[in-house]
Ligand binder design. Sequence first.
Ligand code: NAI
Length: 332
Amino acid sequence: MEPIHVVVTGAAGQIAYSLLYMIARGEVFGKDQPLVLHLLDIPPMMGVLEGVVMELADCALPLLNKVIATADPEVAFKNVSAAFLVGAMPRKEGMERKDLLSANVKIFKAQGQALDKFALKDVKVLVVGNPANTNALVCSHYAPSIPRENFTAMTRLDQNRATAQLAHKLDVSIGDVSNVIIWGNHSSTQFPDPNHAVVNIDNKSKKLSEILSDDSYLKSIFVETVQKRGAAVISARKMSSAMSAAKAACDHMHDWWHGTANGRFVSMGVISDGSYGAPKDVVFSFPVEIVGKQWKIVQNLAINDFTKSKLEATGNELLEEKTEAMAVCDAD
Ligand code: NAI
């Protein structure tokens, strides 16, 4: 089989350290799909990146045909079929939200332009670097020759966290819980929605509401635990989630590449068509089903007033981020 080219940005960082190994082992694109990995980071990180390249070689992974480490976006994005955009400007102490946004607009503008020029036109782009939803929107804005549907943002870590919380609460295995939804932004306004979750219990598929009717848990403790999980990990580890973020990035791209099982859906930040009253033309996390590498927003789910109000809040935040980001784009 011909190798495919896959780029990971922020390749010298901590998420990439787990992610590269998982991709190169074949966990995303298949155990028989050879790969050429392109690693992009900024010039000061080239020394560290060299160490990562050495370790990848020492892993002796049969699917890994070649590794290209670079600080040049043209080399990084050349002929890629899939892009994991992990590198972003982190918030530094004293940094205003506006400055953070503007630094990231610059990064995702440059990478959008490079994707537009050098990547394959059906490239699948997953933005992990925060603010992930708006970064994905900016990236797509600067890559007009690539369909907007090919730019997505990661909310799979939130989905995995939510699924894990429910499995723990119900004392079932993680594989027995599915269809938990993350709506909106990958931020504290996201809404983890358990209302459509399905649980396998005693070999039967049941709606979560049939087995767990503890409204105070589902509406407050569950939602807050998921929303604040990132902060809890930072407080314990003194570093942000990396292994779980890498696993979620693999899950997201794996399902995009191979599709979702019948009746199962996953959450992805995708360009909004206004479904469920979400604002149009922002990257909004929806439940999606995937067939033939094309995602489709799951339609006709019943939405209660509580969910509606949560969707509105997270949608408003995404509109604000979009306005601020586009102001930076226009000023450039
Ligand atoms: P890190 O700081 O360890 O690594 C980031 C890497 O990106 C660094 O090596 C840095 O040099 C590089 N980088 C910065 N600008 C770049 C550019 N223009 N081109 C290429 N590389 C560049 O950070 P970590 O922990 O790996 O996290 C990366 C991003 O992922 C952060 O923005 C973080 O907030 C985000 N994140 C998103 C999650 C999600 O669920 N969407 C979950 C966890 C983290």
